[in-house]
Design a protein. Structure first.
Length: 342
């Protein structure tokens, strides 16, 4: 079968693309687009061909590795992903003699830290796959600019949000952690998307049970809490119905302190550590609650933990939802709620 591969670049970070001709043990890749120097592009093409021969590229699932190319002074981190065009894939299933073209996109940056953003880059490739129609959209005018902007669009949103909100970031962290609905007003399209991506990246989605997450969203909507409103009409965002706690305030400081370096990978790592600490606190509280079902001293430990962790209000809501069908644990949570109110 015949293959075609494509690749792009972004923000001064080189990237490359390739495609394959008739099937053989060695993949012959042809270039669609690149901004790599010719020598480095040949080396990258050879690297991708070896990966294809080994069957190491799965449709729509990106990989990140360190690649030695003829680029001065350092190895580069390479994200690469294989995909097929949907519309031509359908034609290939109807016409047995037609083979659907396949593409490989490579994004190159300064290190393997791109792995931190692998899911974002996979999503970026899915958008490319949806929009790719070479017959109707010329490569130079539509696809090339999309590939060129990969770094700005997939890697930098968290950094831009941190720089925009500064100390007000604590309210955004709290909204993400507590599943508070957020409305963005008077913002340009990029800023609105950036805020949405930040909230998704900061939430515990995928780390807590799906049923718990759904119940929390319903509970937060039904409570007296209104949606947090972010008004971006001025130079600095104005927040209404915003809330925070000591936990989110402390982590906001970590983001603000890291802003001087302006490294998007650092911000993403801080965000992952923020979520990891929240999950650790939830698991500790669950353990204390199990002990407190039979031990009054453990009940006191639960209370002290909630009081000192800085995020007791949110943690209590999460365990309350998770323990709703467990009578003994529910009783413990009820007592803890009373203590916390007092």
């Amino acid at each position: 079968r015949s293959w075609q591969q494509g690749a792009g670049s972004g923000d001064g970070s080189p990237s490359s693309a390739a495609a394959e001709t008739p099937s053989s043990e060695d993949f012959s890749l042809s270039l669609l687009d690149t901004n790599l120097p010719s020598e480095a592009e040949t080396e990258l093409r050879s690297f991708i061909a070896k990966r294809l021969t080994k069957g190491a590229l799965f449709e729509g699932m990106g990989n990140v590795v360190s690649v030695g190319l003829s680029i001065p002074e350092y190895k580069v981190g390479c994200y690469y992903c294989r995909f097929q065009q949907e519309n031509l894939l359908e034609m290939a299933t109807l016409e047995s003699d037609i083979s659907a073209p396949e593409y490989v996109v490579c994004f190159l940056g300064g290190s393997e830290k791109e792995d931190t953003f692998r899911l974002e880059l996979d999503k970026y490739i899915r958008s490319l796959k949806i929009n790719l129609d070479l017959e109707q959209k010329p490569w130079e005018t539509h696809i090339n600019p999309y590939l060129q902007s990969w770094f700005e669009n997939a890697i930098c949103p968290i950094q831009r949000v941190v720089q925009l909100f500064q100390e007000k970031l604590e309210f955004l962290l709290y909204a993400a952690l507590s599943y508070t609905p957020v409305e963005v007003k008077n913002a340009d399209e990029r800023t609105e998307k950036d805020i949405s991506r930040f909230l998704a990246a900061a939430s515990l989605q995928g780390l807590v049970q799906e049923g718990t997450m759904t119940s929390l969203c319903i509970a937060m909507t039904e409570e007296q809490h209104k949606s947090m409103i972010i008004d971006c009409s001025g130079p600095q965002p104005q927040l209404h119905n915003a809330a925070s706690n000591r936990f989110c305030e402390d982590w906001m400081q970590a983001f603000v302190n890291g802003a001087e370096g302006g490294n998007p990978f650092l911000f993403r790592q801080i965000l992952e550590n923020f979520k990891l600490k929240a999950i650790q606190d939830i698991n500790n509280l669950k353990r204390f609650i199990r002990q407190a079902e039979m031990n009054h001293y453990a009940l006191f430990k639960c209370y002290m933990f909630l009081k000192n962790c800085g995020s007791g209000d949110i943690l209590l809501k999460i365990v309350k939802v998770e323990h709703a069908e467990m009578p003994e644990a529910r009783n413990v949570v009820t007592v803890l709620e009373e203590f916390m109110r007092e």
